[in-house]
Design a protein around this ligand. Structure first.
Ligand code: KIV
Length: 316
């Protein structure tokens, strides 16, 4: 599917090619790095898509960076659907992936499948992401024509089992287990695998052995792609960043400056200006002026039914 880029900087005559899960594998084959970011709302998803990022993940990290929870566990399927819809409405080119939240696929495969179908049917997700080595579920989702992105290593939904957010796969046994899990996920049908919080060497080996792309976060530079949480990228998180986060901008500073400037302007009556105000049409002013000359009771003159139509701007 191709789109003409209306608002992107590029040539509007050149159609955009929609990113799909098979396209990610093609990028791996061609050695083209895959760029990915999280997004949770229309405004930022549009920015991210217009900047040419290949994959947008509506991550369950929204529980923390948008909703203010301590970890990702509290966010519900309905909340994730709500945000996925907003992102879907904004995106024209990137692949939209919805993160299945904690509890939505941890029971029966049947429940996992039913919840994944909701993300595709009700929110327009083009793939779902699930954490952990859940091979049977990946097989069933693939069989149901729902592309799946796996997620191994530091899986935040396992925070209590892991005893915190710790780098995973540090012993030889753990490295072997992770590598086997990644290969089994690919065999079960996963279209890509997110590798989070693991040593660079482990991610590099898995990337070279896996037939599908790896997308790293805290997994070094040798993965087929990289993903970061949008709020980390632009300094909109309120906690010290993890080692792997690089801040590419300071949206918090820019927003604070704008907000403080606005507050000062309001306090000094410098906003809004006369140019930023609506004005009565000249005929109405004449009527009101004539009326007040004839009749001291201004209330009797300002009869809205007698005034000309002001259009949208004149409505209460
Ligand atoms: O929820 C999330 O943000 C993730 C990451 C891979 C970034 O799962």
């Amino acid at each position: 599917m191709s789109f003409t880029p209306a608002s992107r900087g590029g040539d509007p005559a050149v159609p955009l090619t929609k990113v799909t899960v098979p396209a990610l594998s093609e990028m791996k084959r061609q050695g083209k790095p895959i760029s990915a970011l999280t997004a949770y709302d229309y405004a930022t998803a549009r920015l991210v898509d217009e900047c040419g990022i290949d994959l947008l993940l509506v991550g369950d990290s929204l529980a923390m960076v948008v909703l203010g929870h301590e970890n990702t566990l509290a966010v519900t399927v309905d909340e994730m659907l709500h945000h996925t819809r907003a992102v879907r409405r904004a995106v024209r080119r990137a692949l939209v992936v919805a993160d299945m939240p904690f509890g939505s696929y941890h029971g029966s495969t049947r429940d996992g499948l039913a919840n994944a179908v909701r993300f595709v049917k009700e929110a327009g997700a083009e793939a779902v992401k699930i954490e952990g080595p859940r091979f049977e579920l990946v097989r069933e989702l693939t069989h149901a024509q729902i592309p799946v992105i796996g997620h191994l290593g530091l899986t935040p939904q396992s925070v209590h089992r892991m005893g915190g957010y710790r780098v995973q796969a540090r012993t030889a046994d753990e490295v072997r287990e992770l590598r086997d899990d990644a290969l089994a996920l690919a065999r079960a049908g996963a279209g890509a695998v997110v590798l989070e919080g693991i040593p660079r060497e482990v991610a590099a080996t898995i990337t070279s052995e896996l037939p599908v792309p790896t997308i790293g976060i805290g997994a070094g530079p040798d993965c087929d792609g990289q993903i970061l949480v949008f709020h980390d990228l632009v300094n909109l998180t309120y906690a010290p960043p993890a080692k792997f986060v690089r801040r590419y901008g300071d949206a918090a500073a820019a927003m604070r400056a704008a907000i403080e400037h606005y507050r000062e302007d309001v306090e000094h009556r410098a906003f809004p200006s006369d140019e930023e105000s609506y004005h009565l049409p000249v005929p109405t002013r004449r009527i009101l002026r004539a009326g007040s000359a004839e009749d001291e009771d201004a209330d009797a003159v300002v009869n809205r039914d007698a005034l000309p139509d002001w259009g949208e701007a004149g409505k209460d």
